[in-house]
Ligand binder design. Structure first.
Ligand SMILES: Cc1cc2nc3c(=O)[nH]c(=O)nc-3n(C[C@H](O)[C@H](O)[C@H](O)COP(=O)(O)OP(=O)(O)OC[C@H]3O[C@@H](n4cnc5c(N)ncnc54)[C@H](O)[C@@H]3O)c2cc1C
Ligand SMILES: C[S@@+](CC[C@H](N)C(=O)[O-])C[C@H]1O[C@@H](n2cnc3c(N)ncnc32)[C@H](O)[C@@H]1O
Length: 684
């Protein structure tokens, strides 16, 4: 690699994530002034990718190291311009014996831009692939960014952040590792003993590793971590390169094991949470049986339309991070043929006056404008389609036809829906190793290897009836809510609405699929306006009460004179109808997603929960499904460990285990609902 005269100082603290400006050597090679090194061999990045990394991990041999496998996972330290990824993807495409799914996790602290990636991709064999990658290239924000390619068979997870901070938070099992930091002397964090040990803990038995560096400290750390390495002739005149094989995973291995073949799954609940799980598993070849005492989208998920959008807050706030991932996975889970009918717009506008949103200015500069930006009234008017709009935050998001999406997910091949089946209990049959769903008389309704409880408030009850209750599961509180479907021309002030708008309440243009599902006149434009928060158990609000509450909540969007003709009518219009449903959520507003400890040992595994979506079922269902499906299949997790723990059904116990001394006080139960400010639809 190119060696400059002086070594730049290495920061002690992990450096902050920053989008990188690419520089070039006088000879025109991509170069980092920050580290004083070039991105790849002078003799060509694509050639180096093949000769050092693919060759070193056995991917150019025939049969290749991935031959006959269902999934193969590559972990790369230093994603840079993505040349190694593109070359791996190319090799996967060219190999008739390729694995069904290629997963590639690329760690990168200084993301370059999509135009840089395109411009620097000199190899004609990789150019078309680079265009696909650039089209989905994420903003330079910390965390895990999924990119789905070749119809989902190639899954790239871009992990933006510092290697030392990320490795302990990733959950995956790697079959191959590419070590491609800048030279160890200039970029020691990428090659530190700690990093190499942490990385080894994510590797499966027999994993292979390749790197261009044969530096002594790297070899020593690999030795210590249990790798058997050898030096081979280097690429294009470089004396040597290193390839290695993991002897046996160490005691500290946390590598996820791959599942050999798809199996059968039971999903209890045919709302958004259950439908998302069913389609995620069916998409991996599983046979899925969904049981529901109603039918597809028969309860709260009958919602005609709702919002899925970014939670605007500090960049590293938990819900802000979850909402970024939630949106990413929702978009990837949309059936491509009907996405246009199911969604409306790519932004949600939030009136900027509320105190919480006013405080956002402090954090907003950390965000990429593709996710969050402030609009002046004229810009907000243009974006919303309203003549008279307030100053507003533009946040990434969409209006989604909730019920139609839920039903569409359940129509995927491999899913069988049984409506009108109330599950009273589930149990694991030890002899057959099957999860069985039983009715009230104890009769068998269905059985499968894996079972997901996605039945909202019915979940904790089902666990209790099954004798699978465990202390520490957060209580799910119920809140009822109402919204109205109305013709846009009946609401003068909102007649031209083109995007979802929020203040205390929301107004949403209805996506085409929701208009069709509700059998409304497709020649007219329709809006969904909502929503109320009513304590379950109290008498329901009257329609008039709800209507007035929503009108007051939408005040900033109703223009200077909402009382003007048709601005906000005094009574709900006669055409259209109202929707009422119940949200079930935990007091901390996080869903309950993850595996559930069903028995004494590992053989009792296979029970999962996807509950407590509260007022964010649209935003979180696809992400929750991905967390569960990836765990079942042994794929890389879509979230970092701290977020997986934050949403885990037994999070309180996990927190206590992590910090026993700090939490010696009696176990904190969930706060009573009445003391919590009500969570809001659309992600507040
Ligand atoms: C007025 C209103 C507005 C909303 N707006 C938004 C919004 O803008 N954005 C957003 O993201 N969210 C919104 N929500 C919330 C959203 O609708 C929910 O988060 C989501 O529908 C929950 O989906 P779910 O699958 O968890 O639950 P559900 O849709 O309730 O599905 C659970 C299913 O499990 C079944 N079931 C339960 N127990 C059993 C059993 N023992 N056996 C068999 N089946 C069982 C039920 O019949 C039901 O079909 C809104 C909600 C309301 C009420
Ligand atoms: C040699 S380049 C990688 C080239 C890349 N593999 C390719 O195919 O184009 C090294 C990369 O490591 C990244 N990097 C440096 N320090 C890092 C750190 N602490 N954590 C994560 N990535 C880091 C750099 O930003 C740079 O993109």
């Amino acid at each position: 690699m190119h060696r400059p005269a002086s070594t730049p100082e290495q920061p002690q603290e992990p450096p902050a994530l920053r989008a990188e400006t690419l520089q070039h050597t006088p000879q025109g090679q991509p170069y980092s002034a920050r580290y004083g090194d070039v991105y790849a061999s002078r003799s060509g990045a694509a050639g180096q990718a093949r000769a050092v990394f693919l060759q070193g991990c056995g991917l150019l041999e025939r049969p290749a190291a991935w031959c006959g496998l269902r999934q193969f996972v590559v972990l790369e330290a230093g994603f840079g311009l993505g040349t190694n990824f593109l070359a791996t993807w190319r090799a996967w495409r060219d190999d008739p014996q390729r694995p069904h799914r290629l997963h590639y996790v690329g760690i990168e602290l200084h993301p370059l831009s999509a135009p840089d990636l395109l411009r620097e991709c000199a190899d004609p064999q990789l150019a078309e692939l680079a265009r696909h990658l650039a089209a989905q290239w994420p903003a330079a924000l910390p965390g895990l960014h999924p990119v789905s390619l070749d119809g989902g068979s190639v899954q790239l997870l871009l992990a933006f952040g510092d290697i030392g901070q990320l490795l302990p938070r990733l959950r995956l099992g790697a079959d191959a590792v590419y070590l491609d930091g800048f030279a160890p002397a200039r970029n020691p964090r990428m090659w530190s003993r700690e990093a190499l040990l942490a990385l080894t803990g994510l590797c499966r038995p027999g994993a292979r590793l390749a790197t261009y560096s044969v530096a002594r400290p790297v070899r020593d750390a690999l030795d210590e971590a249990g790798w058997e390495w050898r030096k081979l002739p280097g690429y294009a005149g470089k004396a040597q390169r290193l390839q290695a094989r993991l002897r046996a995973p160490g005691a500290s291995s946390r590598a996820r094991s791959p599942r050999g073949a798809p199996g059968s799954a039971l999903v209890i609940g045919a709302g958004l949470a259950g439908a998302a799980c069913a389609q995620a598993l069916a998409g991996r070849g599983w046979q899925v049986r969904v049981l529901d005492d109603n039918g597809a989208a028969g309860a709260t998920s009958a919602l005609p339309a709702g919002l899925a959008h970014l939670r605007p807050a500090a960049l590293d706030e938990r819900l802000a991070r979850l909402s970024r991932s939630g949106l990413d996975w929702l978009r990837l889970a949309l059936p491509p043929q009907s996405a246009a009918a199911l969604l409306c717009g790519d932004a949600v506008l939030m009136a900027a006056q509320q105190p919480r949103l006013a405080a956002l200015h402090r954090h907003a500069q950390d965000w990429d404008a593709r996710w969050l930006r402030l609009l002046e009234p004229a810009q907000a008017a243009a974006a919303s389609g309203l003549a008279d709009a307030p100053r507003a935050w533009w946040t990434a998001g969409s209006v989604v036809a909730a019920g139609a999406l839920c039903r569409e997910w359940l129509r995927a091949e491999g899913i069988e829906l049984s409506a009108g089946r109330r599950v009273h209990a589930v149990r694991r049959d030890r002899a057959s190793r099957m999860w069985q769903a039983l009715d009230e008389q104890g009769a068998l309704l269905a059985q499968a290897e894996v079972c997901v409880l996605a039945c909202a408030a019915g979940g904790p009850q089902l666990l209790r009836a099954s004798g699978l209750d465990a202390p520490g599961i957060p209580t799910l509180h119920l809140q009822a809510g109402r919204g109205f479907l109305v013709a846009a021309d009946a609401l003068g002030a909102l007649r031209g609405l083109r995007a979802g708008v929020m203040s205390g309440c929301y107004a949403l243009p209805l996506p085409a699929a929701a208009v069709a599902a509700a059998a409304l006149d497709p020649e007219r434009r329709w809006l969904f306006v909502g929503a109320t928060y009513e304590h379950a158990g109290h008498p329901a609000w009257s329609q008039q009460q709800a209507w007035e509450h929503i009108g007051a909540g939408l005040r900033p969007w109703l223009g200077a004179d909402p009382g003007a003709a048709g601005g906000w009518p005094a009574h709900p219009p006669r055409q259209g109808w109202s929707f009422r449903g119940e949200r079930a959520g935990a007091a901390d507003r996080l869903p309950l997603v993850g595996d559930w400890p069903a028995g004494r040992d590992d053989t009792d595994r296979g029970l999962y929960l996807s509950l407590g979506m509260g007022s964010r079922g649209l935003l979180l269902s696809a992400l929750a499904a991905q967390c569960i499906a990836s765990d079942i299949e042994g794929e890389p997790a879509p979230l970092e460990d701290d977020l997986l723990q934050a949403v885990h059904p037994l999070r309180a116990a996990l927190r206590r285990r992590a910090a026993p001394a700090a939490d010696a006080t009696p176990r904190p139960g969930p706060a009573p609902a009445s003391r919590e400010p009500a969570p809001r639809d659309g992600g507040r």
